[in-house]
Design a protein around this ligand. Structure first.
Ligand code: GEK
Length: 252
């Protein structure tokens, strides 16, 4: 491996909350976050890697010729690239959307470096403003949780309306749990996971504080209800790793 390539592949370690002394400010997808993002998400979301490995399996079965795949809240395009690998049908295009300009810029570079001929358009926009049309697959990985609560129903309804027959919404989210004892149990184990990934107690506490009211998780029942109301006729709980899950909704 030449040194350029090695540099590109090197993951910058997430140490954003290591040395801060003041109370953490609300979390944003800033340039600093973009730099450490691959390391941050892998060490914070148990099962993230496995979810990406399983993505082509779901996409392969759901994608249809001459339709679109959407990746809403694409960050650096990890799910986009996983889905792209699975496409064998003609006429498929991928729309990857994110509203953080630095994410979008870096995502465009990574997509350009990936050698697949399936066209990908990386769009800088709020996912609430993007028209969903003729979609056989819509992936929303760990992004609905950042959308204001009051806007989530309308967004999922727009997605449902934009689905081609048999289309699949693949929704990955951090979950909230009831009763309190379940929430506590999940939180404790998630923090143990982060400790095992090398985060200190202080880093974990600061990140938690920064995400307060920014990342707002909902219960599995709330997600099911929203999907049902939006018209998804099948709902499959197919993946969970501690408090992170993935639900598939099929629109027949
Ligand atoms: C992955 N899916 O690697 N409109 C557009 N983008 C948004 C919005 C919005 N309203 N709100 C947040 N974002 C990715 C990981 S990260 C999850 C997704 C995390 C974007 C935000 O800029 C960020 O890039 C992404 O959603 C959430 O599979 O960091 O926990």
């Amino acid at each position: 491996m030449n040194s350029d390539r090695k540099h590109k592949d090197q993951k910058h370690k997430d140490d954003l909350y290591r040395d801060q002394e003041d109370p953490a400010v609300p979390f944003e997808f800033s340039e600093q976050v973009v730099r450490v993002f691959p390391d941050m998400i892998e060490r914070s979301v148990p099962g993230y890697r496995l979810l990406l490995e399983l993505t082509p399996i779901l996409v392969k079965r759901a994608v249809r010729a001459d339709t679109r795949i959407y990746d809403l809240g694409c960050s650096l395009g990890a799910a986009t690239l996983a889905a792209r690998r699975a496409v064998q049908q003609p006429g498929v295009e991928i729309k990857a959307v994110d509203n953080a300009p630095e994410m979008v810029a870096r995502c465009r570079t990574l997509v350009a470096e990936d050698n697949s001929r399936v066209p990908v358009e990386v769009i800088e926009a709020d996912i609430r403003d993007v028209a969903i049309e003729n979609a056989s697959v819509v992936m929303v990985y760990f992004t609905l949780q950042f959308v204001p609560l009051e806007a989530r129903d309308a967004l999922v309804q727009d997605i449902a309306r934009g689905m081609a027959p048999g289309g699949v919404l693949i929704l990955a989210e951090k979950l909230a749990f009831e009763p309190d004892a379940s929430q506590r149990w999940m939180d404790e184990h998630h923090h143990d996971f982060k400790r095992a990934q090398g985060y200190s107690d202080l880093e974990i506490a600061r990140k938690r504080q920064a995400l307060e009211n920014v990342l707002v998780p909902e219960t599995r029942q709330a997600h099911h209800q929203r999907l049902k109301t939006a018209g998804f006729s099948e709902i499959h709980d197919w993946f969970q790793c501690l408090n992170f899950c993935c639900i598939a909704g099929v629109k027949n």
